[in-house]
Design a protein around this ligand. Structure first.
Ligand code: URA
Length: 443
């Protein structure tokens, strides 16, 4: 397609018309090759943000983005490979718990994870807070790890969905991240390129998710399940609560310590509930006989997940994973070895009442201000920085009770974050709505 005519396509979308398959494919190809400039693509993204896309358009955009780079071939790993992806959250450390649980049950985990995005943390940064842990393995090392110990967690290798990388960076600076068609195509293009047989989507909803309303999160889940199915892969979405941080820890080594506690059976209830649900579904998806019949139901999968947590097999698998990828296992055995941040500050309630509401995105932003995330792409992370929550929504508190403790290496950062986070909690006379929403499944 001539780049000169791309303006016509922008106008079509601006006016609410559907784009054709060939138009979408050439848009993605020409953007990746540099023929469409960022200013025109920005206008297109904004038009999509306001006008939306049909299921057909989203599927075609996803496939075009998938095809913009390499597609991983996992065929040398035997068994059914199930990938899991979260749409993002605050304190979301589920991959570090679910991966070892699923691998301990004999289902291979060959997973490529991401770094922090916006106010959300990233699995790779958490893993790298374990001294020595290598997330960049060669292809050979990756496959031999999965074959020998059943699990490997690494960063994206090769050139996976480069169109998404470029579009995401543009969305980040043009106010077009929270768009259902754009989130759905972004996530699913990477999932389809990552080569698994089945896909489990953890669609977070609430004040700490990209999509904050439950109905819209259901819509996002429905769209992504449709894309996965359309591409021939069994895809299931589970909608999980992100109206407050998951567990209590936010920030890299603080979260790893909470992971260790959880794998030892002492984790927070909300975190365990989500992990058992997701792991149970992964185990069910990964258990098929030759005729394609499931040999494990979701409920049975959940039970298996609980068993391997309780009998220590999942924790043993986590230690194997850390050791296998060069991490210093003594930190896992003695988590008090992780360095504590030099400065800390307690945030206290200024009245009696109930914790009624949290701005979870704001709490994630505050963790970033403390140094737990990156300001710029190449910023260095402070692995000890972050927040330990002391309260959950619905808790009764007295004036002066601690709601959260902030940690940072840098006094100035601590000052900024503590000024920012004060408005992120509401303590009132009312209990607020119950956050015990459980897990909603979409197939
Ligand atoms: N995660 C992604 O990978 N893409 C989005 O657009 C949002 C969350």
């Amino acid at each position: 397609m001539e780049t000169g005519r791309f303006v016509d396509l922008i106008c079509q979308k601006r006016d609410g018309q559907e784009l054709k398959r060939e138009e979408i494919r050439s848009m993605i190809q020409n953007y990746v090759s540099g023929q469409i400039p960022d200013y025109q693509m920005s206008a297109m993204l904004m038009a999509i943000y306001f006008r939306g896309m049909s299921d057909r358009e989203i599927t075609e955009m996803t496939i075009a983005m998938r095809d913009s780079g390499d597609i991983v071939d996992l065929s040398q790993v035997s068994g059914i490979k199930v990938d899991k992806h979260s749409t993002g959250g605050v304190g979301d450390k589920t991959t570090l718990i679910i991966g070892p649980i699923v691998a301990a049950c004999g289902i291979p985990v060959a997973k490529m994870s991401g770094r922090g995005l916006g106010f959300t943390g990233g699995t790779l940064d958490k893993l790298e807070s374990i001294p020595g842990f290598r997330v960049e393995l060669s292809e050979e090392e990756f496959f031999s790890s999965v074959k020998s110990i059943g699990i490997s967690l690494i960063g994206q290798t090769g050139n996976l969905a480069p169109a998404d990388k470029m579009l995401y960076a543009l969305r980040d600076v043009t106010g077009t991240v929270p768009s259902i068609p754009l989130i759905a195509s972004s996530i699913m293009s990477k999932k389809l390129a990552a080569g698994s047989d089945k896909i489990l989507l953890d669609v977070t909803t609430g004040s700490g998710a990209f999509i904050k309303e439950l109905e819209e999160s259901r819509e996002l889940a429905r769209r992504m399940v449709a894309i996965g199915r359309g591409a021939g892969k069994e895809t299931v979405a589970m909608i999980t609560n992100m109206d407050e941080p998951l567990g209590y820890a936010i920030g890299n080594n603080l979260e790893v310590k909470e992971v260790i506690e959880t794998l030892k059976g002492n984790g927070p209830e909300d975190l365990k509930e989500v992990c058992f649900a997701l792991a149970g579904m992964m185990l069910s998806l990964g258990s098929e006989d030759e005729s394609g019949k499931k040999t494990l139901s979701y409920e049975e999968g959940k039970k298996r997940a609980e068993e391997v947590l309780e009998n220590g097999a999942a924790f043993a698998k986590f230690k194997e994973l850390v050791q296998n990828q060069g991490g210093d296992i003594t930190y896992i055995e003695s988590p008090e070895k992780f360095p504590m941040a030099a400065c800390c500050e307690e945030i206290r309630s200024d009245r009696d009442g109930y914790v009624n509401w949290m701005d979870t995105e704001g709490i994630g932003v505050a963790a970033g201000l403390l140094g737990a995330g990156r300001e710029k792409k190449d910023s260095k992370i402070d692995y000890s920085a972050g927040i330990m929550m002391r309260q959950k929504i619905g808790n009764a508190v007295k004036k002066g009770d601690v709601i959260a403790v902030l940690y940072s290496e840098d006094k100035e950062k601590l000052k900024k974050a503590s000024a920012y986070i004060c408005d992120c909690f509401l303590v009132s006379d009312r209990l607020g709505k119950s956050m015990k929403m459980g897990v909603d499944i979409l197939r």
